[in-house]
Design a protein around this ligand. Structure first.
Ligand SMILES: C[S@@+](CC[C@H](N)C(=O)[O-])C[C@H]1O[C@@H](n2cnc3c(N)ncnc32)[C@H](O)[C@@H]1O
Length: 341
């Protein structure tokens, strides 16, 4: 026989895409019923079903599927399950790095984003709404729960590692976290660099969430907030560091904003931007493009690979460097680091 029958059929690529939706539903249900909270020890399906008041056979099938997806471990007899490393750290509600609410939020938003695809193709999507009180309120709610969980579990580590390696790190005194959401990155950087003072800029409603977190961290003397619209309002000045992550997508005049950030930096100051770009290679593009499809169809910016670095050089930034494929919430990003002379 010339065909190796164990080689996946070419259609398997399409079936895998469809099956991913079902696996996502299994994760959604498991999070909704707090299943991972009850799997610290090896547990039989019937035992778990009893505790959570579930149907025992179907509980077994769901556990087996979550095991197959790599979220659970199974004992040698293949009859009892417990949390794998990812579930232990991020999916138990009692875990410090719990991300269940963020994952449920993402699930819902991604499903909703898929629904109007045909309409988007035929007629286009209405452009993203201009910032208003309703949008600001939605961002504030996201900052309280979903963005906060993702900052703690993912973003803070990336930010601390990037800033630690800056040659300017020992001299950084004033920082702006532009569009900083709940402010947990600013808080982590302030803890990492004892001389650092800073400001979290965001819509007033979201900046208020950051202020609560700053107070809870006991950092009111070193960190403050500015509430405003980054398209229109003054972001302050005299900064040695501007941290800006997953925010440029929402700016209406990106070049204008970049020029204002250049002006807001002190001489020798550094801008660190973390944003998704559209990768040139297929493998990286497959991880980035699904997440940003809806946003791009609404007219939000997701720049082609390398373009942010070019634009920054064009407006006078120097020593512009970039690092691609950094781990980040939902999809990898590119860090672009640029200095002011
Ligand atoms: C995707 S979140 C990123 C939050 C944070 N920088 C991070 O990476 O975790 C985008 C943030 O930008 C803020 N934002 C979006 N448009 C804005 C605008 N026009 N003015 C001020 N903040 C804005 C949102 O409120 C939100 O906190």
């Amino acid at each position: 026989m010339s065909t190796d029958l164990t080689t996946p059929h070419p259609l398997q690529a399409c079936w895998d895409l469809q099956l991913a939706g079902l696996a996502a539903d299994a994760l959604r249900v498991a999070l909704t019923i707090d299943l991972f909270e009850h799997l610290e020890q090896f547990t039989a399906p019937a035992q778990l079903a009893n505790v959570l008041d579930l149907e025992p056979f179907n509980t077994g099938y769901l556990l087996e599927m979550l095991w197959a997806q790599g979220l659970l471990e199974r004992d040698e007899q293949g009859s009892r399950y417990r949390n794998g490393e990812t579930a232990k750290r991020y999916l138990r509600r009692s875990a410090d790095d719990y991300c269940g609410d963020a994952l449920l939020f993402r699930h819902q938003v991604l499903r909703l984003a898929g629904q109007p695809l045909e309409q988007a193709l035929r007629n286009g999507l209405p452009p993203a709404a201009a910032p208003g009180p309703e949008m600001a309120q939605r961002w504030a709610e996201a900052a309280r729960v979903q963005i906060a969980q993702e900052q703690l579990a993912v973003t803070v580590d990336v930010a601390c590692a990037l800033i630690e390696h800056l040659p300017q790190a020992p001299r950084l005194q004033r920082m702006l976290d532009l569009g900083g959401g709940p402010g947990l990155v600013a808080i982590a950087l302030a803890r990492q660099l004892p001389d650092l003072h800073g400001t979290v800029f965001d819509f007033a409603e979201t900046a208020a969430v950051a202020q609560e977190n700053i107070a809870r961290a006991g950092l009111e003397k070193r960190l403050g907030i500015i509430g405003g619209d980054l398209d229109r309002d003054d972001v302050g000045s005299g900064y040695d560091l501007i941290w800006c992550s997953s925010v440029f997508h929402f700016a209406h005049d990106l070049d204008g904003l970049l020029r204002r950030l250049h002006a807001a930096l002190n001489p020798g100051g550094v801008l660190v931007c973390c944003h998704a770009e559209v990768p040139d290679d297929q493998q990286s593009a497959a991880r980035v493009l699904p997440y940003y499809l809806h946003m791009r169809m609404q007219g939000r910016h997701v720049l082609p690979a390398g373009e942010l670095a070019e634009r920054l050089r064009g407006i006078g930034f120097v020593e512009v460097q970039q690092q691609d494929g950094l781990r980040y919430p939902v999809a990898p990003i590119t860090a672009v680091i640029a200095s002011k002379v």
